[in-house]
Design a protein around this ligand. Structure first.
Ligand SMILES: C[S@@+](CC[C@H](N)C(=O)[O-])C[C@H]1O[C@@H](n2cnc3c(N)ncnc32)[C@H](O)[C@@H]1O
Length: 354
């Protein structure tokens, strides 16, 4: 009996979430977070899902998962790996993605805007052509796998794994750097082909109706009901909160913006999406609204950091009218944590219960 129960609990843990490269991803904190999950969760909301590492973990636990991120390239990972139950990219799909696209003339954005900044002409044209073929795939799950895998290939290719700098081609032309990281000069097609099996193999069905959303969480919450647990992992205001500055290229590639301007050295799109959680001037009001709108969800777990604004004490005071709150600390022992991973800074969980 016990063996059966254990088997039930762990049966989805043979699947492996492809290693993300995303600032603030909580993949290395999952065992710690798991200690504080309440019993008897049926439905869990991952409100600021980012790389989807926590949503995927919830899926492995057998929860019904609602994932959400206001950036669409993150939502595509959620569609591919959280919502999707069985679709994969097969040999025919891969051939279709690589063939010369009948729509190629309408897809020149990467070549026009980013050649000489992040890519050589050949790579930029390759990803434009690939992007032109994505809508030709049979369904939204296959399309999402193609986008998620290609976006991950781009963070593998570009030095530092983000697009908030203009050093990509400088590093790619430096033999010392290349010796340390060959991805800098590998064709994107090769990187994509190496990563695709990891994404295909991560697809599974946990027999729940999981969903991925692409909304500002403050707009989404009023539309939801029947949720047992919400996990909040907002940007840490004060350190690396500007996700659109770091990952603008992935959002531009995913949305294929035709109505934006591309500004400054990195060619970030403008106007940006409104977050409410990335600027000091908005954040107190946004948290207040977030807590008010989440009152229908009994259990909240909030990731936080002792260097963020507002302070932990202020956060606790803001939560108190709604929930009992307990603070758990984990001090960084190395620099794997990404955001806030500065020596001496602590990762925090605010455990909020009724
Ligand atoms: C710290 S990251 C989440 C990391 C995630 N837990 C993981 O493991 O990868 C914060 C995320 O919040 C998203 N975000 C920022 N403002 C948002 C908003 N108003 N609504 C929804 N998502 C938002 C960002 O795009 C970013 O992906």
């Amino acid at each position: 009996m016990l063996n059966n129960a254990l088997f039930e609990e762990y049966r989805y843990f043979n699947y492996k979430f492809p290693d993300p490269q995303y600032l603030g991803a909580k993949i290395h904190f999952l065992p710690w977070i798991a200690q504080y999950l309440p019993d008897n969760v049926n439905t869990a909301l991952d409100a600021f899902a980012g790389s989807q590492s926590v949503s995927y973990f919830f899926k492995q636990l057998g929860y019904r998962v609602i994932a959400n991120d206001f950036l669409n390239f993150n939502n595509q990972i959620g569609i591919a790996l959280v919502e999707n139950t069985h679709e994969q990219l097969d040999r025919n799909d891969i051939e279709l993605l690589f063939e010369k696209s009948p729509n190629k003339s309408e897809y020149t954005l990467m070549g026009n805007v980013f050649t000489g900044i992040f890519f050589q002409k050949e790579d930029a044209e390759f990803i434009d052509n690939f992007r032109a073929n994505i809508p030709r795939l049979k369904n939204r799950y296959k399309q999402a796998i193609a986008l998620a895998t290609m976006n991950r290939s781009l963070t593998r290719k570009i030095t530092m794994g983000h697009f908030g700098h203009t050093q990509a081609l400088v590093y790619a032309n430096n033999p010392e750097r290349v010796k340390r990281n060959r991805s800098l000069i590998r064709p994107i097609k090769d990187i994509f082909l190496e990563l695709l099996p990891q994404y295909n193999d991560a697809v599974f069905d946990n027999e729940q109706e999981n969903r991925s959303f692409n909304e500002n969480i403050l707009d989404l919450l009023p539309k939801l009901s029947n949720i047992d647990l919400v996990y909040f992992d907002p940007p840490y205001c004060n350190s690396h909160a500007d996700y659109q500055g770091f990952y603008h290229l992935l959002e531009t590639y995913t949305e294929y913006w035709r109505d934006k301007q591309f500004v400054n050295g990195i060619k970030r799109y403008e106007p940006q999406r409104y977050s409410g959680f990335d600027k000091k001037s908005d954040i107190i009001q946004s948290f207040h609204k977030l807590f008010e709108l989440s009152d229908f969800i009994p259990n909240w777990i909030i990731s936080y950091n002792n260097r963020s604004y507002p302070t932990i004490d202020t956060m606790v005071d803001m939560i108190k009218p709604f929930r009992n709150v307990r603070v758990e600390y984990k001090t960084y022992s190395n620099s794997r944590g990404g955001k806030g991973s500065v020596a001496g800074s602590s990762e925090i969980l605010l455990i909020c219960t009724k």
